[in-house]
Design a protein around this ligand. Sequence first.
Ligand code: SF4
Length: 75
Amino acid sequence: MIYREAPLFNALRNSSMLKGKCGACEFREICGGSRARTYAMTGDPLGQEMCCTYQPAGYSRETSESDWAMIGENG
Ligand code: SF4
C-alpha cells in the first residue's frame, strides 16, 4: 500500500521526475542513479547522482559543477 501509493515512491519510479544530469540522461530509464546516495549527499532524493562521471549530451559541465555547490548547503 505505502510502496504503491506514497507520492515519494511514485516519484522515485518516474524517471521523468529526475533532476540535473540524471533528468537529462539518455540512460535514466535503465540507471537513474542511486536515489539513496543522492538524498544523503544533497537532501533531494530526485536530484542528480553526484558520484556518476557520465556527462549526458546537452548537459553542460558548468551546470554540473554548480550542482556540487548544493552539497555544501545540504550535506
Ligand atoms: S547516474 Fe549517470 S548514467 Fe545514471 S542516469 Fe544519472 S547521469 Fe545517467
